[in-house]
Design a binder for this molecule. Structure first.
Ligand SMILES: Cc1cc2nc3c(=O)[nH]c(=O)nc-3n(C[C@H](O)[C@H](O)[C@H](O)COP(=O)(O)O)c2cc1C
Length: 158
């Protein structure tokens, strides 16, 4: 018998993660989506992946943009996480951001980011797996910045 999706969500919610916002520029449209189904995939070549629900608008914008930045949120960026977890157009006008090498918006105040060109999209049930090759990145966590965590809900390091 297939597992109840709610149970799958609850079990996998026990797997604590950080929180990222995956941002992109498709034509003139700036877009982003909060994502924790992300991982570093390969060092040579340098690859990361993000799993994206096929019903989100982000899915189409990612394909159109052909690039994305993965921004790792700091513990004081819960509002940004909520903003990019709300379906529909995303407000960037009041955000601190810069254009990355790929044109993807790189958010300020994070613990770091990687800027990627889309390398491959692999089917994964009701999600697709977007693999990006890193072209640039920055570590901003050296001075002890603390991450926003997700563990069934938002959490912080104790
Ligand atoms: C902490 C957190 C993590 C999330 N991770 C993902 C994820 O990895 N993949 C995904 O498709 N949606 C994820 N979501 C849900 C999307 O952020 C949400 O569906 C968003 O509204 C999509 O926006 P859009 O439909 O305007 O593209 C997550 C939400 C939260 C709060």
């Amino acid at each position: 018998m297939p597992i109840d999706p709610k149970l799958q969500r609850t079990i996998m919610g026990r797997f604590a993660t950080g929180v990222t916002v995956v941002t992109m520029k498709a034509g003139d449209t700036l877009w982003g989506m909060t994502a924790n189904a992300v991982t570093s995939l390969s060092l040579d070549p340098p690859l990361v992946l993000v799993c994206v629900d096929k019903t989100t608008q982000t899915h189409g914008f990612l394909n159109e943009a052909g690039a994305f930045a993965m921004n790792i949120l700091a513990e004081n960026q819960e509002e940004i996480s909520n903003r990019f977890a709300t379906p529909g157009p995303k407000e960037f006008s009041d955000l601190d951001y810069q254009d990355g090498e790929t044109g993807s918006p790189v958010l300020g105040g994070t613990l770091g980011y990687v800027d990627c060109r889309l390398s491959e999209v692999i089917a994964g049930g009701d999600h697709d797996i977007f693999i990006g090759e890193i072209v640039n990145g920055e570590d901003r966590g050296e001075d002890g910045g603390r991450p926003l965590l997700y563990f069934g809900g938002y959490a912080r390091l104790g």
